[in-house]
Design a protein. Structure first.
Length: 314
């Protein structure tokens, strides 16, 4: 397998359309050959063989196999990268990757602005270092672009921080799906008593676009405290009586990290759609009862257990 010198690779990307594509990350499972991925080895700092191998993958059969034998310790001296991806501001993405190595080690994943189309500078968008083991496992990071990057984002899997063997498969970059959350199904406002040692119920409602029963109940986290589903399972029923099945979930209020003064609470998690995990998220309003006032509120104000008095001011 011919190894490209890193800088030469970017020239190729800039001059020839062979690798060019627009929009979504594609062929993340390496099942249709290498393109539009490109290998990069920055020589002579790093010495490595990087190749597509037809077996041993975890998604399908093919995967990328790299054997790094010399490194200057800079992770991006050896990489497998894809250019001309679109990520846009206002959306939340999640990047997933399956990795395995011949020893416990780090592998890095980075999303950044690429100068390949209209010049300019590289700009970091998101990056993470994953502690990879000798078993295949899926790793992920959240990607929140602050600007629009139409066909100008780049994803790199970087592995030259250490010598050794690395296997890469199943790279995905997916948009979070907004779901319809109803805290305290059937009631409104959604009162939450912060002194309660109890459980709050929440439904994710199925819509024409999203089947809430596809949610993985073990993946969901509620509130800033990231409370987990307290029964470690979901309860599937038609919560809103519209004839389709919804996902009902329960969380300990004490674990949800909700503060006096909060007016909404978020649910985060994953659903399994067509065999793939996709990030989901949704928000619903809350009204706090029984809590202490938020620090910014008037300290002289007399505390009572009613929402109206705690809300204060007007
Ligand atoms: Ca594969
Ligand atoms: Ca409600
Ligand atoms: Ca329903």
């Amino acid at each position: 397998m011919k190894n490209h010198v890193f800088l030469a690779m970017f020239c190729v990307l800039g001059l020839v359309g062979a690798y060019a594509h627009a929009g979504e990350l594609i062929n993340g499972d390496f099942e249709t050959g290498l393109s539009p991925w490109v290998f990069g080895i920055k020589a002579p700092e790093a010495v490595a063989s990087v190749q597509l191998v037809p077996t041993g993958g975890v998604i399908g059969s093919s995967c990328v196999y790299a054997n790094i034998t010399t490194t200057a310790g800079i992770n991006w001296d050896v990489g497998v990268v894809q250019d001309e991806i679109t990520v846009m501001s206002g959306k939340v993405y999640k990047a997933y990757i399956f990795l395995k190595a011949d020893r416990a080690r780090q592998v890095s994943l980075e999303v950044k602005r690429s100068p390949s189309i209209d010049g300019g500078a590289w700009e970091g968008i998101a990056n993470a270092d994953f502690n990879v083991t000798t078993d295949w496992a899926e790793y992920s990071m959240i990607v929140v672009p602050k600007k629009n990057y139409p066909d100008t984002a780049f994803i790199g899997v970087y592995m030259a921080q250490e010598i050794g063997e690395v296997w890469v498969d199943g790279v995905r970059l997916v948009t979070k799906t907004e779901v319809n959350v109803d805290i305290k199904p059937g009631s409104f406002p959604n009162h939450i008593n912060l002194k309660s040692k109890g459980v709050i119920s929440l439904a994710v409602l199925t819509t024409e676009e999203f089947d809430a029963t596809a949610i993985d109940p073990l993946s969901v986290r509620f509130g800033a405290g990231k409370a987990a589903e307290c029964h470690e399972k979901g309860h599937i029923k038609d919560v809103d009586g519209d004839g389709d099945l919804d996902m009902c979930l329960h969380f300990k209020i004490a674990d949800a990290g909700i503060q006096a003064g909060d007016t909404e609470a978020k649910l985060r998690g994953e659903a399994v759609v067509n065999g793939e995990r996709i990030p989901i998220g949704g928000t619903d309003s809350i009204k706090i009862v029984g809590g202490k006032p938020a620090p910014s509120m008037n300290p002289k104000r007399k505390l009572t257990n009613t929402w109206g008095s705690i809300k204060s001011g007007h």
